[in-house]
Design a protein around this ligand. Structure first.
Ligand code: AMP
Length: 387
């Protein structure tokens, strides 16, 4: 029997947020002839450059998200610091995937950790912090070092501080707390490795999980993703199963990205969830038979999802604004692309700033060591740091 897809090609996907994730989603949508309209206040945003239309308004505008819902067939979002109430306003008119309730859980660290604990998933020991004395008590329970984090609006290491001794508690609390900001504090995990994986889940509960990536951060920003990770098959399999379990428990329809610490004992502690495509999943664009963006389009359209397969070891390196700043705005792409297996992805951001994600390079190779070597070399060549 022929399977009816919910949304036929030619239908329109609404995207809240106009960054690089929305851009790559819009490109994947276009490949299957779905249209996209983006809601973003910046008229030159990366997604707007490739979408079929843009509503140039604040994410927090309920009128704008209702307008987005009225002009599209299904709505998604590409970052989780979007106003959940305006997402709910869109959901009154059109399906929003993942649901506003998944967004509410994952955009608040305390809610997220409580949801994970309720599902029986291990996380780093943590305490809710509503006052300086809460933080002082937490130090007695958790010991040092601890990581103090804002419960909302944190990304790329913003809104977090490591506390290594009692003398720093008051200062750290003062820096991060303000009347409107809620905080949590976690035990510092002396992890062996950070990995992440992305699970897609459809409305009928089918899941498919991408091969996990090993992630290396620099200054709290993702620097390199290495696939497959340099851990045992058993850990990799456990991570995939855990991501699918979390997708089921939270009733996600869409993608859920799961960041985890691998402890020295090879246990997995979940650090963070994101109900959207993820920087650590960019490798799928060249390393897998289906990318994370195509997979999301399939879920949004009600099409069958693919069981993603890694066809070659793949490494992704991020291209941050410093590559442009250090080369006076003229990175040497030609020199980078002379190397084998290199794919260049640029996000169309006009203003390079240090730490700003401007693009990435994917390298596929015979071995993970080769891919890592070539990827680092390619970035250095573009950066004019070596030939
Ligand atoms: P997050 O914003 O929670 O994803 O944290 C950003 C990065 O900070 C993580 O990828 C880790 O490298 C580091 N980090 C966060 N929490 C902890 C922790 N409890 N223990 C050790 N490192 C952490």
């Amino acid at each position: 029997m022929e399977r009816e897809s919910l949304l036929k090609p030619g239908s329109t996907i609404g995207i809240i947020g106009g960054g690089q994730l929305g851009r790559m989603l819009a490109i994947a949508a276009r490949q299957m002839d779905y249209k996209t309209i983006v809601l973003d206040p910046d008229p030159g945003c990366p997604t707007g450059q490739v979408a079929d239309g843009q509503i140039t308004e604040a994410y927090s505008s309920r009128d704008a998200s209702r307008e987005l819902a009225r002009s599209t067939d299904v709505v998604t979002y590409e970052f989780e610091n979007v106003d959940a109430d305006s997402v709910s306003a869109a959901a009154e008119l059109k399906p929003v995937l993942p649901s506003a309730s998944v967004l509410r859980t994952t955009q608040h660290r305390l809610h997220e950790k409580n949801a994970l604990l309720k599902a029986g998933v291990s996380v780093a020991p943590f305490r809710n912090v509503e006052s300086l004395s809460d933080l002082q008590k937490a130090a007695v329970d958790l010991g040092y070092p601890m990581v103090l984090k804002t419960s909302t609006q944190g990304y790329d290491g913003k809104g977090q501080m490591i506390i290594t001794r009692a003398e720093d508690i008051e200062h750290s609390y003062e820096v991060l707390s303000s009347p409107k900001v809620e905080l949590i504090v976690e035990q510092f995990v002396p992890f062996q490795m950070e990995i992440s994986t992305i699970c897609a889940r459809t409305a009928d509960g089918t899941t498919a999980t991408f091969p996990p990536a090993e992630n290396i951060h620099l200054n709290h920003i993702l620097d390199v993703s290495i696939v497959p990770p340099r851990v045992s098959e058993a850990v990799i399999e456990k991570a995939r199963l855990l991501a699918a379990y979390i997708a089921d428990e939270l009733d996600v329809v869409g993608l859920i990205s799961v960041e985890m610490f691998v402890t020295k004992e090879n246990e997995l502690l979940v650090n963070e969830l994101a109900p959207r495509p993820h920087n650590s999943g960019h490798y799928t664009m060249d390393g897998c038979d289906t990318s994370q963006f195509e997979q999301l389009v399939r879920v949004l359209a009600g099409l069958p999802i693919s069981e993603p397969h890694l066809h070659s070891p793949t490494v992704m390196v991020n291209l941050l604004g410093e590559v442009w700043v250090d080369t006076d705005g003229d990175p040497d792409w030609g020199c980078a692309l002379e190397l084998p297996g290199v794919s260049l992805h640029l996000y169309g951001k006009a203003e390079p700033r240090v730490g700003r994600k401007m693009g990435h390079i994917n390298v596929v190779a015979e071995t993970v060591e080769d891919a890592l070597h070539i990827a680092t070399q390619a970035r250095d060549r573009a950066w004019r740091r070596s030939r």
